[in-house]
Design a protein around this ligand. Structure first.
Ligand SMILES: [Zn+2]
Length: 281
């Protein structure tokens, strides 16, 4: 322990400032998206088996919905630009812009240098949950993904159905890459339906039983052409543990919908980030 200075209380009392005030972020036109969604037709579905992952493609301007079916289950979502896998979901920047958990009207942002909205959440049936008394909420961008390396570090285990490995297998199967080629493309996830937070006393990452029930869903508008991969986490509802085969696990359903022709006539994919990339040279 260090000795607190005389003015410690005054220093602690300084009020926080929001790092990235998000009132200047471009606002998604939710009314337009919802009107287009109302006339949309389902074109495909992917059932993701428990402790496994599946890939799906969504053209720009289309919609995708992730649903709980059969039982409470959380999902780990990766997104890439379908035409350039180097542009991928940037969980850390999404957290900086929107906070620890995302919901309706918020967006999944892509990596540098493109840094633009990849997908916008247009409906969240768990929107009622808000923030609970523990500081927990759903759909976080604070966790990474369960992975076999951390399990090995902490417990010496060799477990092969963590979300990290599930996502690698799914991406490899979908693209024809080898596992070692696919692994560097797998990135920090959106934890769909997972209920998490940081403990107020020690600041540790916590999880608790997800409030998700069969029929709940999270629905997105694809701002750019997307390749998605979703893992049905071996933690199931994440009420006790993950990185093992002990939790009850259920499938997750991904459905893709095409808007009616002309429904998005004046809409365009977001432009690439406007920074000139000269970096002072
Ligand atoms: Zn997981």
């Amino acid at each position: 322990m260090t000795t607190a200075p005389m003015d410690a209380a005054a220093r602690r009392a300084v009020k926080p400032v929001i790092c990235y005030p998000n009132n200047s972020l471009p606002k998604p036109d939710l009314d337009l998206y919802r009107t287009a969604r109302a006339g949309a037709q389902k074109i495909s579905e992917t059932l993701v088996e428990p402790r496994d992952a599946g890939c799906f493609e969504v053209p720009a301007g289309y919609f995708f919905r992730i649903s709980s079916v059969e039982g409470a289950q959380v999902g780990d979502l990766n997104l890439w630009n379908r035409d350039d896998l180097k542009e991928r979901f940037y969980s850390g920047k999404t957290r900086a812009l929107h906070g620890t958990h995302i919901t309706t009207g918020e967006r999944m942002w892509s990596s540098f240098p493109q840094m633009r909205p990849m997908a916008t959440i247009i409906e969240d049936s768990l929107g009622w949950y808000g923030m609970d008394e523990f500081g927990g909420s759903v759909h976080d961008v604070i966790g990474t993904r369960c992975d076999p390396y951390t399990g090995n570090l902490l417990a010496g285990s060799q477990y092969h159905h963590c979300c990290h490995s599930n996502l690698i297998r799914a991406l490899a199967d979908h693209t024809g890459m080898s596992l070692s080629e696919a692994e560097p493309y797998v990135h920090d996830v959106l934890n769909v339906f997972m209920c998490t937070g940081f403990t107020r006393d020690t600041g540790q990452y916590f999880m608790k039983a997800s409030p998700v029930r069969p029929g709940d869903y999270l629905e997105f508008f694809a701002e750019i052409p997307l390749l998605g991969a979703l893992s049905a986490c071996p933690g199931g509802d994440c009420s006790s543990e993950h990185s093992s085969d002990t939790a009850a696990c259920f499938p997750l359903l991904v459905e893709v919908f095409a808007p009616k022709e002309g429904a998005l006539e004046n809409w365009q994919s977001p432009a690439l980030n406007g920074y000139d990339q000269s970096h002072g040279r």
